[in-house]
Design a protein around this ligand. Structure first.
Ligand SMILES: Cc1cc2nc3c(=O)[nH]c(=O)nc-3n(C[C@H](O)[C@H](O)[C@H](O)COP(=O)(O)OP(=O)(O)OC[C@H]3O[C@@H](n4cnc5c(N)ncnc54)[C@H](O)[C@@H]3O)c2cc1C
Length: 313
């Protein structure tokens, strides 16, 4: 394709969609590429969002639909395609997906993060057969059943609260003796009669034949380790995230964990490449900070194009 866009955005989470909204309002010739068939990013996997200003207790699906509707109302083109490489070409960038080649003067990478795995026996074999990384997506399959949630941050506690409404019993398994989750979430969790905390415990093995039936746990005590088995129908793993940087090798500098290094202006080490949302080095990865990045990234794009590609505007 010979066409050169002013801007290509990677990812349709809150960062990418907000970048698109600001770019369309600035009249930039923009294309958004999303690897999934549905827009929304991680918000789609969130049951309820209660900290986005002005929209208390909105469901993740409603919020992502509202984001997409806003962007499409401004005629932002959204195409399905997984970006597999970004390469510099004289005055612009070649953006390759699984089936197409696009060109643009600037690129905003808003590819977000994906869940971390435990890497224990049985985990990959039983994924989709009782092992899940998304309580919102799979919780309904465990009505009146017993499940375990692994983790101690916001996502794990939110998952446990959500599952407690559906399941007979929820074990929250955490390897430390206190949670990292926000206080308000911890307070809500502690009120739930069908949630039991298993402190200082690590899941070592997931057992089942075509479906999870039990897990093996190692409990750390002052006397040493104690191995036990727990019968569960499902296990939800919420132990953190990793950056979606596949196919982005060498595009711009990253930190040791693989996040693109950029400040609030979203400028990376490569002029013309910007990073917005969870993929960027930052302290707080949330919807509202991702949306803020999207706005800042598009403002930086406009400034860059004004300085270096006046003719394209
Ligand atoms: C279970 C859960 C609950 C949460 N609850 C809350 C909450 O209550 N409040 C809150 O503020 N935050 C919450 N968060 C965090 C919030 O969802 C994220 O901070 C936010 O979605 C980040 O937005 P983003 O646009 O940077 O990335 P993402 O939302 O991760 O979107 C990235 C998009 O990029 C796409 N993509 C990735 N790689 C490529 C590629 N190579 N080519 C094309 N597309 C690509 C992905 O498919 C995805 O659609 C929660 C997260 C989870 C997982």
């Amino acid at each position: 394709m010979n066409k050169k866009y002013d801007l290509i955005i990677l990812g349709s989470g809150p960062a990418g969609i907000t970048a698109g909204i600001y770019a369309m309002r600035a009249k930039l010739d923009t294309l958004l590429l999303e690897k999934d068939f549905v827009s929304g990013g991680q918000v789609l996997n969130t049951y309820e969002v209660d900290n986005y200003p002005g929209l208390p207790q909105i469901t993740g699906i409603e919020l992502s639909e509202a984001f997409e509707k806003h962007a499409k109302g401004l005629n932002l083109p959204i195409e399905q395609g997984e970006v597999t490489g970004i390469f510099r070409e004289s005055d612009s960038f070649r953006v390759e997906t699984d089936g197409e080649i696009y060109r643009a003067y600037t690129v905003i990478i808003a590819s977000g993060t994906h869940h971390r795995t435990l890497d224990i026996p049985g985990e990959s074999e039983l994924t989709g057969m009782g092992v899940s990384y998304c309580a919102t997506c799979d919780g309904a399959f465990f009505k009146e059943k017993t499940v375990a949630v692994v983790g101690g941050g916001d996502a794990a506690v939110e998952d446990a609260i959500f599952l407690a409404r559906i399941c007979k019993k929820v074990y929250l398994i955490h390897r430390r003796d206190q949670l990292r989750a926000a206080r308000i979430l911890q307070d809500r969790l502690m009120e739930l009669a069908n949630v039991e905390m298993l402190w200082n415990c690590e899941v070592e093995k997931i057992i089942g034949d075509q479906q999870v039936s039990s897990i093996e746990i190692n409990k750390h005590t002052e006397e040493g380790s104690k191995h036990t088995s727990l019968d569960v129908d499902g296990i939800f793993i919420a132990v953190g995230v990793l950056p979606n940087n596949q196919g982005l090798d060498g595009v711009a500098k990253t930190d040791p964990a693989g996040y693109l290094i950029a400040g609030e202006d979203c400028k990376t080490s490569t002029p013309g490449i910007f990073a917005a949302g969870d993929i960027r080095t930052k302290a707080l990865r949330q919807i509202v900070t991702a949306a803020a990045d999207g706005a800042n990234a598009s403002a930086s794009v406009l400034q860059y194009l004004t300085n270096f590609h006046k003719d394209s505007l």
